[in-house]
Design a protein around this ligand. Structure first.
Ligand SMILES: Nc1ncnc2c1ncn2[C@@H]1O[C@H](COP(=O)(O)OP(=O)(O)O)[C@@H](O)[C@H]1O
Ligand SMILES: [Mg+2]
Length: 247
């Protein structure tokens, strides 16, 4: 059954139509891939699905609830988390503080949203448990900026997981990663998929075709092909274009 569904999403900025007609159906427990050339509208699509842009037309349903037009923090509270294409970590703070700041409990009790309280053992434990999910518990007290690029990516995912979501949107998680870090990230996503439903935008086709159950190909603001990796390998559209070369 679909946990997350978008139907006929349209988004324009002024006269420029960026999303013409996007429909997606993401099955609970699956990894759903989004691919397509630069400027196709993939990131804009994530912005719309997570409430950062209101669509001009279409409907978004999460866990049976119509979330179209809801504010990002409301959608987040319902169980939808996301990472951004550009990393936004607090570099000069320690790793664990990045996660603590994103914990719903912390947000609820804290007077100052920008200073984590390390005196609260329960919050520290909760943040450590999240870091453990991404393999960073032993780096909790290092400065965020001391992490390798791959570990920063994992920390960014931990920040998204701090909200205890059911659904996780990741925008180009392998961007800027070398081969080894990409393999480590693939391992992490295989582990996380046991707990979360995951939708990821990805340029690295090898990575995506290995991980995804289904993939939607977006071009010109439309879904031009959709299917399993095997189906897409056989798809004329995909095979003929540069998109198909690695597959
Ligand atoms: N806020 C905005 N205002 C105007 N144009 C935008 C805005 N956001 C994105 N776009 C345009 O939408 C198109 C798709 O962008 P984007 O969704 O970032 O593509 P992708 O992530 O597939 O590379 C681009 O041409 C971009 O310039
Ligand atoms: Mg993008």
């Amino acid at each position: 059954m679909a946990l997350f569904q978008a139907e006929g999403i349209q988004k324009r900025f002024g006269a420029r139509v960026v999303l013409e007609n996007i429909s997606l159906s993401i099955v609970e427990g699956s990894v759903h891939g989004i691919m397509g050339p630069n400027g196709a509208g993939k990131t804009t699509c994530f912005h719309v699905l997570t409430g950062h842009h209101v669509p001009d037309a279409g409907r978004i349903v999460f866990a049976g609830k119509d979330i179209t037009g809801m504010k990002p923090h409301v959608i987040a509270r319902l169980g939808v988390s996301r990472s951004f294409q550009i990393m936004n970590l607090f570099d000069d703070t320690v790793v664990i503080e990045n996660v603590m700041l994103a914990l719903p409990d912390f947000r609820a009790i804290s007077g100052s949203p920008f200073k984590a309280s390390f005196g609260d053992a329960k919050l520290v434990q909760a943040a450590l448990a999240v870091l453990d999910q991404v393999g960073l518990a032993d780096r909790a007290w290092d400065k965020a900026k001391e992490l390798s690029y791959g570990n920063r990516r994992a920390l960014e995912i931990a920040v998204a997981l701090a909200a205890a979501p059911r659904m996780l949107f990741l925008d180009e998680p392998t961007a800027g990663l070398g081969g080894e870090a990409t393999r480590a990230l693939a391992q992490l996503i295989r582990k996380l998929r046991q707990t979360y439903t995951i939708c990821l935008i990805e340029h690295d086709m090898r990575f995506l075709f290995e991980l995804a159950d289904r993939i939607s190909v977006i071009h010109w603001g439309q879904v031009i092909a959709e299917g399993t990796p095997a189906e897409l390998r056989a798809n004329k559209w995909v095979a003929r274009s540069a998109l198909g070369e690695v597959a």
